[in-house]
Design a protein around this ligand. Structure first.
Ligand code: SAM
Ligand code: SF4
Length: 335
């Protein structure tokens, strides 16, 4: 039996988020610039390498795998990878296989994802207004995403909507989004915008809409009951008594979740980030590709990386300067 992955602060690491591509068919303004240079193919882990990497993490005690990107469903042949991961669900080592997607390809893939054992998906949608959607995603069309959501629900996938809270953009949709999600039996989570990447044309401080303000406004209309439930992640949840729906708040800017952090993130090039808000990373691609010392080398590299997991991160908007700003894009670490 393998000893589980425990970091220096006694947190068990049992959740791996994996970015399978840095590419995307959208260009959301807070995530990417319009003219992105993507990585050459040889830099990416192949599907077979992704399989070996994830399987090693599962062997070391990872029970939850979230596939993300970029847009995970634009990676060619990605269903091969999902199909292959199903074996870990079947033998009970993996408890959950899930993904975060912009929804654009779900019409095509929802049924197959369900067959691979996926039961829940997070779909990112910041607005239900067609024009605003086109503006925020630059290249997206909302009709495609709405068809994707329909397909996901028809396939039997439970859908959660993730919306980035953006000042002056979707403040006016606070109630309409909640009601739309509720009418479709979907939970939703609001995410505070994070200072990721140098996007050139967007002023991050202008976009920042604090979730405490969002919550206060929500409470002015609805009765909110705090839920104890923690997903081991950064979300805090409330239940809207009037509709029964769950609303989550992800506030990465406040240090309210680092102490219970159970996750690490793997980039599509095989770098392991132990914390979303720190630059420290460990390259796992080299030990993965180097077969000389066999499987043990990758396992040792993962264990050594976990020993470096920091206590927490250090974003801070409080001095009206974006301290702790990350130079890499969210699409690189996979959000
Ligand atoms: N393409 C997929 C999607 O959009 O769901 C998966 C990758 S995307 C990077 C994952 C999540 O990160 C999305 O919910 C997106 O809204 C969020 N995100 C991207 N940039 C962000 C930022 N600067 N601050 C907060 N959330 C961000
Ligand atoms: Fe693409 Fe997701 Fe980033 Fe939007 S948030 S550009 S959909 S990776």
């Amino acid at each position: 039996m393998n000893t589980p992955l425990i970091d220096p602060f006694h947190r068990a690491v049992n959740y791996l988020r994996v970015s399978v591509t840095d590419r995307c068919d959208f260009r959301c303004v807070y995530c990417m610039s319009e003219n992105m240079t993507f990585l050459p193919k040889k830099e990416l882990l192949t599907l077979e390498e992704l399989d070996r990497m994830c399987s090693t993490f599962v062997r070391l005690g990872v029970e939850k795998l979230r596939i993300t990107g970029g847009e995970p469903l634009v990676r060619r042949e990605i269903m091969t990878f999902f199909r292959s991961m199903k074996r870990h669900l079947d033998n009970g080592h993996l408890k959950e296989l899930t993904l975060t997607t912009n929804g654009s390809q779900l019409e095509r893939f929802a049924g197959e994802l369900f067959d691979c054992g996926v039961r829940r998906v997070n779909i990112s949608l910041d607005t239900i207004d067609e024009e605003k959607f086109a503006k925020i995603t630059r290249w997206g069309r909302i009709s495609q995403v709405l068809r994707g959501i329909d397909a996901a629900q028809e396939a039997g996938l439970r859908v959660k909507i993730n919306a980035v809270a953006l000042k002056g953009f979707n403040e006016d949709e606070l109630f309409s989004l909640a009601e739309w999600c509720s009418s479709r039996d979907m939970d939703m989570t609001w995410i505070e915008v994070m200072p990721m990447g140098d996007l050139g044309n967007e002023d991050r401080l202008d976009q920042y809409w604090s979730l405490s303000d969002l919550r206060t406004r929500l409470a002015s209309r609805y009765t909110l009951a705090d839920l104890d439930e923690r997903s081991g992640g950064p979300a805090r949840y409330v239940r809207i008594e009037e509709t029964g729906q769950k609303i989550g708040f992800i506030t990465p800017m406040t240090h309210n979740f680092c102490e219970s952090c159970n996750r690490v993130r793997l980039t599509c090039t095989g770098q392991l980030f132990m914390c979303l808000g720190q630059e420290d990373m460990v390259d796992l691609r080299a030990p993965l590709r180097d077969n000389r010392k066999g499987q043990g080398q990758l396992e040792a590299a993962i264990r050594a990386a976990i020993k470096l997991k920091p206590k927490g991160h250090d974003f801070d908007y409080s001095r009206q300067a974006v301290d702790g700003q990350m130079s890499r894009h969210m699409s690189h670490t996979g959000g």
